[in-house]
Design a protein around this ligand. Structure first.
Ligand SMILES: Nc1ncnc2c1ncn2[C@@H]1O[C@H](COP(=O)(O)OP(=O)(O)O)[C@@H](O)[C@H]1O
Ligand SMILES: [Mg+2]
Length: 423
């Protein structure tokens, strides 16, 4: 046991499972600045629910490290993997490249005792973005959509950026009151209801326009994806939301997608948990068909901001607050931890942070785990070597701070340059 550092595992699980269900993410850095060397492998617990904060300023390796966590989920032996699933919110459209091995770094990988390897991720895109992907020659596996009837008043208001106490907000509430509960209605059905409402002509036209634009987001149809086509046992699904442009209110659409997914997954997990418990009472296998789910969110401060509310805020806060019980886990990556919702920061039981320089971001971190840090965290950053992947790991469970270097990726990391794969 001494030759591995196990992060996020309590003593009970340690005694029972050892290092089973843990992912190899990094190596411990020993020494100071010029004279550092890598020693013990650092493994992260991926079998229990966690809230993992992944921080660091731009270009330091957050998205890359997130890829390592995803790889590890998919490397578990079948008996563990089939109880887990991953959903990646890909804001930059970079995780498709996990389908290709990281051949370019094969030498580096072999220094770590690893080999380049392709991963069979399930790449899903909004059904309305098919042509965009085909034109860009980016392969995808399937499409997703939501039913308009799955949205409540506040989902629409937040996505449209409408205050509920304005004229348009009041009209929206009246319309939703009429149509909610009338079955599987379409956006056209909503528009018809607006037309029939007794309200200012301009207000009606403006609201109708919002719904026409919403139709163009390419995420709504009356079929709607079943959550089991998105969350599959043993699989990692990458949800590519990179094509929602600024023009059509990009971040509010992305937030809506995350909000709807989080809600559906949590509901399904709560049901599955109940079934698992009933089964285990009867001595069954205890395995529901809805696996324990990890959601990986890049640019998390856009979805769950400190200030303001998005369509993802409430559903994600639910995960943060009650996720342990039904078994949902979150990885929240951001270059600005001080812009991330206070509750999310304070609920992180694991943190992997690459270098941060802004004092506000460092302060945000200090709040999380100051109880067991001898010095200010900036002192610990100072001791890190200036190499890619250098980071600090903070483990609430063992109250330890561990300087690490994150391992190289087995699969291709597209970073910000998707063309690189052609060479
Ligand atoms: N652990 C690592 N080992 C080797 N190279 C890394 C590592 N982490 C990051 N890099 C390099 O740094 C680049 C930027 O990392 P990235 O994760 O995209 O940054 P960001 O923090 O902005 O998400 C990557 O494209 C990769 O080349
Ligand atoms: Mg990134």
């Amino acid at each position: 046991m001494l030759n591995e550092i196990l992060v996020g595992r309590d003593l009970f699980d340690l005694a029972k499972y050892g290092s089973k269900g843990m992912g190899y993410i990094a190596k411990h850095i020993v020494g100071d600045k010029g004279e550092t060397h890598l020693t013990t492998p650092v493994l992260f617990d991926l079998s229990r629910p966690h809230i993992l904060g992944l921080f660091g300023k731009r270009g330091q390796g957050k998205s890359y490290t997130m890829g390592n966590l995803i790889e590890e989920l998919m490397l578990f032996p079948d008996n563990i993997r089939r109880n887990l699933a991953g959903v990646v919110i890909d804001t930059m459209g970079i995780y498709w490249s996990m389908k290709y091995p990281n051949d370019r770094d094969s030498e580096l990988l072999s220094e770590w005792g690893l080999k380049p390897r392709a991963f069979d991720i399930n790449l899903m895109i909004p059904f309305g973005h098919k042509k965009l992907f085909e034109d860009d020659n980016v392969p995808f596996d399937s499409i997703f959509s939501f039913k308009p009837s799955e949205l409540n008043t506040s989902d629409w208001a937040l996505s449209f950026n409408i205050e509920l106490d304005t004229e348009m907000g009041i009209l929206l509430q009246r319309v939703m009151k009429q149509i909610l509960g009338t079955g599987n209605y379409s956006i056209d059905d909503i528009i018809e209801v607006i037309k029939d409402e007794d309200a200012e002509k301009l207000t009606k036209e403006n609201l109708i326009n919002r719904f026409i634009v919403a139709d163009e987001w390419g995420i709504f149809n009356q079929d709607g994806s079943n959550i089991h086509s998105i969350v599959k046992p043993g699989k990692v699904t990458v949800i590519d939301v990179s094509h929602f442009s600024q023009a059509s209110g990009g971040w509010s659409v992305k937030s809506l997608v995350v909000g709807l997914l989080s809600r559906k997954i949590l509901d399904a997990r709560i049901k599955a948990r109940r079934m698992e418990e009933e089964e285990s009472l009867e001595g069954g296998s205890g395995e529901g068909h809805m696996p324990i789910t990890w959601m990986f969110i890049d640019e998390a401060h856009e979805f769950l901001p400190m200030v303001g509310t998005t369509a993802a805020s409430l559903p994600l806060l639910q995960w943060v607050k009650v996720g342990r019980e039904p078994g949902v886990s979150l990885v929240l990556a951001t270059q600005m931890p001080n812009k991330l919702h206070q509750e999310a920061i304070s609920q992180c039981d694991l943190v992997l942070t690459h270098r941060l320089t802004s004092s506000k971001d460092i302060d945000a971190l200090t709040q999380v785990m100051q109880s067991y840090m001898k010095y200010g965290i900036e002192n610990y950053f100072d001791t890190l070597p200036k190499v890619k992947g250098a980071a600090l790991v903070l483990d609430d469970n063992s109250e330890k701070l561990i300087p690490v270097r994150v391992r190289p990726r087995m699969s291709w990391h597209a970073g910000g340059s998707p063309i690189a794969i052609k060479d």
